[in-house]
Design a protein around this ligand. Structure first.
Ligand code: B3K
Ligand code: ZN
Length: 890
């Protein structure tokens, strides 16, 4: 398939200064009339106006009011060029589209009787012919016309300037967006909805109207999203001096949506999953996700909308930066709620969550056939590049700038960025240049983070010299080759380091050549392949704590024996590294157990690991949320990346053995812990309560896995009388992850209670698809997944359902998915092919679950290859899935 190169960028020959859009909305035949006021870009050689379109029926085309002469128009696959004369022209286009048959959920589509749009990245061209690229910034005026009874609410970007009734039971509304924007930020909604409203005053004293639009029955689930929006507004005012620039800001929830949410100017459209919450339907984690997605989309108003991307290769310019901003926001929110005493731990817990995702998903991506720099050089289908690399690694790159420049320096860089580029479509270089200029800091080497793919390995080794009371830390870096990029240059890597004394306290640090002593964590700048850092006045041999707070997105190789890991697990003053020590110790134990299981040896969990784990469990001084993090084993997906070759079956045996052992040996400790954790009073979304619930649910998981009768009884009792969804789904998850016969009854009861609640049923689907076979006589999980696919609540047309059932099976259940008979792979191919016919973006996401197939055992690889080839050979395959399977097979 053809690929698009970053180096091929050319500026627009014609600007669109303004566009008037008129929509006569009808489910099967919507007529879109567009008037483009174009002006020639005199900076470059004259060229025709180039418009892009897909699946459009053209009813009329005029230039300056006259039907376009055929000789003026040239057309190709997905494009149309009009040879315009002079310096300006008005182009009129009428197209007809069929929103009802649009199952791709890109462009204009129908969901539960309403009309919705999704235009990023290239959906607008499925609505009308347009220069559908992010550097074409235009002022939009939009008129919507629809049936008043089925679509009483008509929304678009900006301000409502006119509305009224029309003949035939129809009505109209006209919206005007005062800010020029690229077409990917256009949106419309026409549906039967109601809104929660609030009026708030911005920092500069303007009153603005906030609305959260949902279906009527969901109004009681909108308050948290509204609170999150208001908190986001305040935070951006305080931290970055950025204020809402519109009089009205709307969030709309829709049930059928390909991803999380979309930052359309003034009219954010959300997957209902990231809006709707009330205590008995949403978990603490759902509340947390809603808060961060609402914030993310809101923050895009400045980082993405006011300043946007010149081309899609620059996607991380808005996404990496906005993820960083939402991460900082969530950390601040948690820290404030936790109070002074709990703030540091609350921040660490958030950091741990973010790093878990990065390591499990982004590191895997960086080690596979889809590896790409945060700013890719080429792509076949842009929708495949909304990746963990662009988003999460992109956010880590911004975080490193923040670390290197300091909060104030970073803020100065942001201020300069807006002062230079407000209203423009720019590149990642423009952003980093502002950071460099505002701080007088050379960031040339740092730019390699934008161009180099792959996860760097940083090796650390320390040597203590008692005679000179000095400690030397040797750091070296190496980035393995990735597809199309064999030679890697050294990066500028901030490595935060502390030295821990034998009493568990941090030693003051003084770096050779520097005078100031006293700090206990020091950010070292590793810029060469190999570098040594010498610390002076070190009274005793320390234990190094390296990469504190995960100061860079790298894999740290540091030789530590079990005793040292246990020591850091108990004492590292950096909470992130303390958690990381526990993860490293667990990983080591699991990989040994896995090798033993593969070789048919007896499995034995080392006593020193159990002891270190018990110490964490019983350390009442530690915040429950942190303890829950520290005692959650590394994910199977992450562990698979650490095995060579990956063999999911013995890994599962090892994990089950370890969970049972920790449940059995520590049964009394877990039960005692459960008794201390009960939360009383009405539900509130609060980190202290959430931490207690998380730890309690984790305890139930270990107890249920081990089949401890009191633990199972506890889970059943909690399930029987749960007061909120976190407790309900926690108890259900524990029962499902056990051999207890109570599991089926609990699943049945849950289904009966929530049969009409799509979002809650997603949890029910996901739990079953992700279940382990604790009862060795149980049927393979694939059978259950197949049965659930014909459940009336399941639908391949709804992305949330696909992600809950199929996504959970493919990604969260490796041992079952990678069954030795290849049944999982054949099922995968069937589903990818079926999905691709209706929704290529969703299909491509599912297709990606086998891209790292070459990591598996030769026997599994042979079975996977057959299915990858089957998908690759399917007729009419979308560019989306084609790119994934072609790269996997390359
Ligand atoms: N910008 C959108 C993502 C669009 C994905 C298009 N396939 C959501 C976000 O990152 O905020
Ligand atoms: Zn985003």
């Amino acid at each position: 398939a053809p690929s698009i190169q970053r180096s091929d960028y050319t500026p627009l020959a014609w600007n669109v200064d303004g566009v008037d859009l008129h929509f006569a909305l009808d489910p099967a035949a919507t007529v879109v009339t567009s008037r483009l006021r174009c002006s020639r870009n005199t900076q470059i050689a004259p060229a025709p106006l180039r418009l892009l379109g897909e699946d459009l029926e053209v009813l009329g085309l005029t230039v300056d009011g006259v039907e376009a002469a055929p000789g003026l128009v040239t057309q190709g696959e997905g494009w149309l060029e009009i040879a315009l004369e002079g310096r300006s022209a008005e182009v009129g286009i009428v197209t007809r589209i069929n929103p009802q048959s649009n199952t791709s959920l890109s462009g204009l589509y129908v969901s539960r009787g309403g009309f919705f749009t999704q235009c990023e990245a290239e959906g607008f061209r499925r609505i009308t012919w347009f220069p559908d690229r992010p550097d074409a910034m235009t002022r939009f005026t939009v008129t919507l016309e629809a049936d008043a009874a089925s679509c009483p609410v008509l929304l678009s970007n900006g301000n409502l300037i006119e509305q009224g009734p029309l003949a035939g039971g129809r009505h109209y509304a006209r919206w005007e967006d005062p800010f020029p924007k690229p077409s990917y930020l256009f949106a419309l909604v026409a549906a039967k909805l109601v809104a929660l409203e609030r009026r708030v005053t911005t920092a500069s004293g303007r009153e603005v109207l906030l609305q959260v639009w949902v279906e009527e029955g969901n109004l009681d689930r909108t308050e948290h999203a509204m609170d999150s929006l208001i908190h986001s507004m305040r935070w951006d005012e305080e931290v970055f001096g950025l204020e809402l620039d519109l009089d009205r800001f709307m969030i709309v929830a829709v049930s059928d949506f390909n991803m999380g949410a979309m930052e359309n100017k003034g009219l954010n459209i959300f997957n209902a999953k990231y809006v709707l919450a009330k205590p008995d339907t949403a978990t603490d984690v759902d509340y947390e996700h809603i808060e961060s997605v609402v914030a993310h989309e809101y923050f895009h108003n400045w980082t993405g909308n006011r300043v946007t991307c010149r081309d899609w290769f620059q996607l991380t310019l808005k996404e990496g930066l906005t993820v960083f901003r939402d991460q900082q926001f969530s950390a601040d929110m948690l820290a404030v709620a936790a109070g002074d005493a709990g703030a540091a731990s609350a921040r660490a817990v958030k950091r741990i969550d973010d790093v878990r995702v990065l390591r499990a998903v982004q590191f895997a991506e960086d080690a596979g056939p889809m590896a790409h720099p945060i700013r890719p050089d080429s792509y076949q289908e842009i929708n495949n590049f909304y990746t963990a690399t662009v988003y999460e690694k992109g956010a880590e790159v911004i975080r490193m700038l923040h670390t290197l420049l300091g909060a104030e320096g970073f803020r100065n860089g942001m201020d300069l960025y807006f002062s230079y580029h407000d209203g423009q479509a720019v590149t990642c270089d423009d952003f980093v240049d502002c950071m460099a200029e505002a701080n007088g800091h050379d960031l040339d080497q740092f730019m390699r983070w934008y161009s180099q793919a792959g996860t760097p390995h940083v090796k650390a080794a320390g040597a203590y010299d008692a005679a000179s009371r000095s400690y030397t830390l040797m750091l070296s870096q190496h980035t393995p080759p990735t597809p199309g990029q064999t030679d890697k240059q050294p990066l500028l890597i901030p490595v935060a380091v502390g030295l821990i004394g034998p009493d568990g306290r941090d030693l003051p640090l003084r770096l050779e050549g520097e005078n100031h002593a006293g700090v206990t964590t020091r950010v070292l700048e590793l810029s060469e392949v190999e570098q040594s850092f010498r610390f002076l006045d070190v009274a005793v041999e320390p234990v190094p704590s390296v990469l504190r707070g995960f100061s860079a997105p790298v894999i740290l190789d540091l030789a530590e024996d079990d005793a040292r890991l246990a020591f850091r697990m108990a004492h590292d003053t950096d909470a992130f590294n303390r958690w990381d020590a526990a993860q490293r110790f667990a990983e080591r134990v699991i990989l040994v157990l896995t090798a033993d299981a593969a070789a048919g040896r007896t499995l034995a969990v080392p006593a020193d690991f159990v002891a270190a784990f018990r110490a964490l469990l019983n350390d009442a001084a530690l915040d429950p949320a942190f303890r829950a993090q520290a005692m959650t084993l590394p994910s199977e997906g992450y562990l698979i990346e650490r095995m060579q070759p990956a063999d999911p079956a013995p890994l599962r045996v090892a994990l089950m053995h370890l969970m049972r052992a920790l449940g059995t040996h520590l049964a009394d400790d877990w039960l005692a812990l459960c008794r201390t954790l009960e939360v009383t009073g009405p539900y509130r979304y609060h980190p202290t309560d959430a931490g207690r619930r998380a730890l309690g649910n984790l305890a139930l998981k270990y107890l249920a896995a081990a089949g401890v009768p009191e633990g199972l009884a506890w889970a059943q009792a909690q399930f029987a009388r749960f007061g909120n969804m976190t407790e309900g789904v926690g108890a259900l998850a524990a029962l499902v992850q056990s051999a207890s016969p109570a599991r089926e009854a609990a699943l049945g009861a849950f289904h009966a209670r929530y049969r009409d609640d799509a979002l809650v049923l997603d949890k029910w689907f996901a739990l079953q698809a992700g279940a382990w076979r604790w009862d060795a006589t149980a049927a393979p999980v694939l059978e259950r997944v197949r049965a659930l696919m014909v459940d009336p609540a399941f639908s391949l047309a709804n992305p949330n359902k696909v992600y809950a059932l199929l996504g959970s099976f493919f990604r969260a259940n490796p041992a079952e998915f990678h069954a030795a008979d290849g049944s999982g792979y054949a099922f995968w191919a069937d589903q990818v092919i079926a999905l691709d016919a209706r929704n290529p973006q969703v299909a491509a996401r599912m297709a990606r679950s086998l891209e790292n197939w070459q990591r598996f055992t030769p026997a599994l690889q042979a079975l996977i290859r057959v299915q990858l080839e089957r998908v690759a050979g399917a007729t009419g395959l979308s560019p989306d899935v084609t790119e994934i399977v072609e790269k996997a097979l390359a």
